[in-house]
Design a protein around this ligand. Sequence first.
Ligand code: ADP
Ligand code: MG
Ligand code: MG
Length: 250
Amino acid sequence: MLEVKDLHVTAEGSEILKGLSLTINAGEVHAIMGPNGAGKSTLSAVIAGKDGYEVTKGSITFEGQDVLEMEIEERARAGLLLGFQYPVEIPGVKNIYLLKAALNAKREAEGLGEIPAPEFMKLIKEKVASMKMDTSFLQRAVNEGFSGGEKKRNEILQMLVLQPRLAMLDEIDSGLDIDAMKVVADGVNSLRAEDRAILLVTHYQRLLDYIVPDRVHVLVDGRIVKSGDAALALELESRGYDWVQEESAA
Ligand code: ADP
Ligand code: MG
Ligand code: MG
């Protein structure tokens, strides 16, 4: 589904990704782990098409399409969705309108018409309930005054409504208490599907107790230095990242 080959990325003159390769098949959940500053967020940002990065070498293809040739909106319409892709706060724009507009843009790209209001309300109520959110949330401006945990839930809510092909979630576990993390993890697990892949970026192993990945990749200094199954995350938890770095340097 997604193929990243020998990706080199610079930002403000310094090289962040230094030859990163990664293949994700439909139906899989991949976790990208690694120390702070390794380039984890850069990877998902570049796949989603965020500004401020220059790809100097390598390729990204999504279902055979050249992602690097696509505008950020085209990527979203193709189903490549990064949580928080939308501005962190949009004063005055109600959450529910943003969700509806994003969903209708997607439906338009799929040749469907606007979603009928009753159908949308039914869908949104069901998803809000599954995230254990209050419906009053929908009437608030996007992320304005949301707590950290509410922002994370809202991020998963977006994913549940938009049903992307590739859902990219960056540090969705940061700052969550254990109950909120379970709700968020349940939301992510409910996104698992044969025709969808999930890319989880996380610094900590904890989340992976609840969302068990098919593949775990260790990203150090702009490269994937080790890949394995869910057991690798546990090993990282007990041994840290240094040994992987040493092993890959040897
Ligand atoms: P991680 O998510 O693994 O902690 P990041 O991808 O956020 O790492 O950042 C990797 C490195 O690239 C860091 O040293 C960071 O300061 C730098 N970096 C990230 N984004 C930019 C940017 N837009 N401009 C300049 N440097 C950046
Ligand atoms: Mg960071
Ligand atoms: Mg990061």
